[in-house]
Design a protein around this ligand. Structure first.
Ligand code: COA
Ligand code: AMP
Length: 624
């Protein structure tokens, strides 16, 4: 199929294009209205259609006679466990948990938080919520109790589903005490906490609100899927913004299902029955779209991998999983590949395995450096495809749509716009940039199905953050340029969000924690280059007058504060003390300048800084 013609049709005739795609799903009520506007005037898809994601991911496959096909392969090198779960077993687990949740009083429109490690129960919990219209919010297990508390207060869950613990290589992460701590900190109090006990010796303090997961499931019947409006929120997923408060991305049901099904076939080139692996975590958008909903909607076998690319037990794990489970398409973050390459640069570990099953390797989550992409291409000898998207978009916006027509790979570029995304590079004033000219990456409205509907409880932030900067466009927050062949290159965030090992983090949130240290007068946190993780955060602090705390002690305390408040996942390890921070006349810290100095990039000292000693001190501190 000709990519350009297919893409053009999606932009020029969006309603016809997506009506046709919607026909690939089994709706209770097929939509008459394809594209319309909600009460605030923002676009919505398939408004009068009804469907259920849990039905489409499970019951539909049973009805079509695929109950014995594997739905999920749980491969957990950290527990030396493998579990093979058929669509029939998935149905039993999910329908019973859904009934159990109904028994606890949950119904369509309620919210539930899922704070779980990479175990099958996390998938069951998501699908059980979807089955009965409960809006789930999965919180990544690497976040500390305070982050969980913020999310509890924002989405006000009736129930939290959790597990006794996670496992980081060999370290037990005790989730249950974290949940209790978060509930103590939060103003909102959930009615119940449902806990899956992994019986691995983690501390399990008991509270009156606690319910044992297995007891609940064992006592329950099967709940039927509830027909829901296409615009019914499927989930809220919190992601970092430019302020200290995370934003709750709200995803619809109908548009999301259509987009994911479409993407499995046309972006990833996966057919029904194939095995697909996204090596991410259910706590991130990649996990939502491509560990759970996308592959199951497409009747694929999805891999749930509880481990790391290295150390569980070594850098051959990814290749073992691909070969053993016959993975056709794999998706991971460039960081993971850099970690593997560092351990085994000659790729010898890879050659122990027959990887002939693998057709495409996709990368996303952060900028992919050319060296990593080329190394992987040489090792795997299959197309390695960098593609670009975000929590907000829910599915790829730029990609090499291999299911349509494989395009030439240009390392450094995420290739061409995916159907439905009219991507434009804009100058500061909103005028389109010329070829090869760097600008702001924006998408002309309407966005295609499956992208964010709103921000939970904060429509104003949604409009201000995404729609105001360039009227008529969605602004992605990324910078980039388009070359003369139309290929788009993403150059990085133009705001204060950083990307550490494929994890999106807010420097503003970290600054709040650093600034709350009693010795700190003011501070700046920004991202500096990291060979492994792409970026890592660094804090510059100015001490309060008269403070004489040792810098090493200060660093230790602040690092611990960040771990306790945000979580170890922030990878915050470095603090430097300076006398002053460079600022604009209005007092705004010049973070971009700090970043440029730290990364040894070219920089221009703004005319507002008349004291060069400020810059000299920072240069000196950065060299140490
Ligand atoms: N629960 C609890 N803690 C977690 C966690 C989780 N789910 N995930 C990460 N952490 C902790 C780690 O244990 C580590 O703690 P430490 O500082 O005490 O060692 C810290 O958070 C940082 O973790 P991470 O960024 O994973 O770094 P690492 O050095 O342990 O591993 C990589 C480096 C490259 C192997 C790892 O970052 C990786 O696999 N990256 C790929 C990420 C990815 O797939 N992202 C997908 C987004 S699309
Ligand atoms: P998240 O919402 O956590 O998925 O992070 C999205 C952000 O990660 C984007 O806004 C980009 O800054 C970055 N990102 C994701 N994929 C890519 C990619 N392929 N190339 C460059 N940056 C990327």
């Amino acid at each position: 199929m000709d990519y350009h013609a297919f893409y053009r049709r999606s932009i020029e005739q969006p309603e016809d294009f997506w009506r046709e795609q919607a026909q690939s799903l089994d709706w209770y009520q097929f939509p008459n209205t394809i594209l319309s506007r909600d009460e605030s005037g923002y676009y919505q898809w398939f408004a009068d259609g009804t469907l259920n994601l849990s039905y489409l991911c499970i019951d539909k496959q049973l009805a079509d006679g695929y109950g014995d096909q594997l739905a999920v392969i749980y491969d957990s090198p950290v527990t030396s466990t493998k579990e093979y779960i058929t669509y029939r077993q998935l149905h039993d687990e999910v329908a019973r948990l859904a009934a159990g949740l109904q028994g606890l009083g949950l119904q369509a429109g309620d919210t539930a938080i899922i704070y779980m490690p990479m175990i099958p129960q996390a998938i069951y919990a998501m699908l059980a919520c979807a089955r009965i219209g409960v809006i789930h919010s999965v919180v990544f297990g690497g976040f500390a109790p305070h982050e969980l508390a913020i999310r509890i207060d924002d989405c006000r869950p009736k129930v939290i589903l959790t597990a006794s613990n996670g496992i980081e290589i060999e370290r037990i992460i005790p989730y249950k005490p974290y949940v209790d701590q978060a509930i103590t900190e939060a103003a909102h109090q959930p009615e119940h906490v449902v806990i899956y006990d992994r019986t691995q010796g983690a501390p399990m303090p008991h509270q009156d609100r606690d319910v044992d997961y297995q007891t609940l499931v064992d006592a329950a019947d099967h709940a039927a899927p509830v027909p829901l409006a296409a615009t019914h929120p499927l989930y809220i997923l919190y992601t970092s913004g430019t302020t200290g408060t995370p934003k709750g991305i709200v995803r619809d049901s109908g548009g999301h299902a259509v987009a994911l099904k479409f993407s499995m076939k046309y972006v990833y080139g996966v057919e029904e029955g194939d095995t697909y692996w996204a090596a991410s975590d259910v706590g991130w958008v990649v996990g939502h779209s491509y560990i759970v909903y996308g592959p199951l909607l497409n009747r694929n076998t999805t891999i749930l991998f509880e481990g790391k690319p290295i150390k569980t037990p070594d850098a051959s794990t990814f290749w073992r999983v691909i070969s053993e489970h016959q993975v056709k398409v794999m998706f991971t973050a460039p960081t993971a590949i850099r970690a593997i390459k560092k351990e085994a640069p000659q790729g010898l570990l890879l050659r122990q395995f027959d990887l002939s099953c693998l057709k495409y390797q996709f990368l996303a989550g952060e900028r992919c450096d050319v060296a990593t992409l080329q190394w992987l291409e040489e090792q795997l000898k299959v197309p390695v495809i960098d593609h670009w998207w975000q929590t907000e978009s829910g599915w790829p916006m730029l990609a090499n749509m291999v299911g349509v027509e494989l395009q030439k790979v240009k390392p450094g570029s995420a290739t061409l716009p995916v159907c439905g995304f009219d991507i434009q590079i804009l100058q500061e004033n909103g005028v389109q940039a010329a070829a090869d000219e760097e600008g702001y990456v924006a998408v002309k409205l309407p966005l295609p199905p499956g992208t964010l509907m709103n921000l939970w409880g904060n429509p104003q932030r949604f409009r201000d953050g995404y729609l105001k900067r360039f009227p008529g466009y969605y602004f992605s927050g990324d910078g980039g340029y388009r070359d003369t062949d139309g290929y788009i290159f993403i150059t990085g965030r133009v705001d204060d969000i950083i990307n550490v090992a494929g994890h999106r983090l807010s420097t503003a949130e970290m600054e709040e924690v650093v600034a709350s240290h009693p010795a700190v007068a003011e501070c700046a946190v920004f991202g500096i280059y990291c060979e492994l993780k792409g970026q890592k955060p660094l804090g510059l602090v100015v001490l309060k007058a008269g403070e004489d705390i040792e810098p090493a002690q200060l660093e230790k305390e602040i690092v611990q504060d960040i771990r306790n408040t945000i979580g170890a996942v922030a990878s915050f390890r470095e603090v430097r003390v300076v006398k002053r921070l460079p600022k604009t006349r209005s007092g705004k810290i010049l973070r971009k300048l700090l970043r440029q100095i730290a990364n040894k990039e070219e920089y221009k000292v703004p005319s507002t800084i008349d004291d060069v000693e400020i810059i000299e001190e920072i240069e000196t501190v950065m060299r140490t």
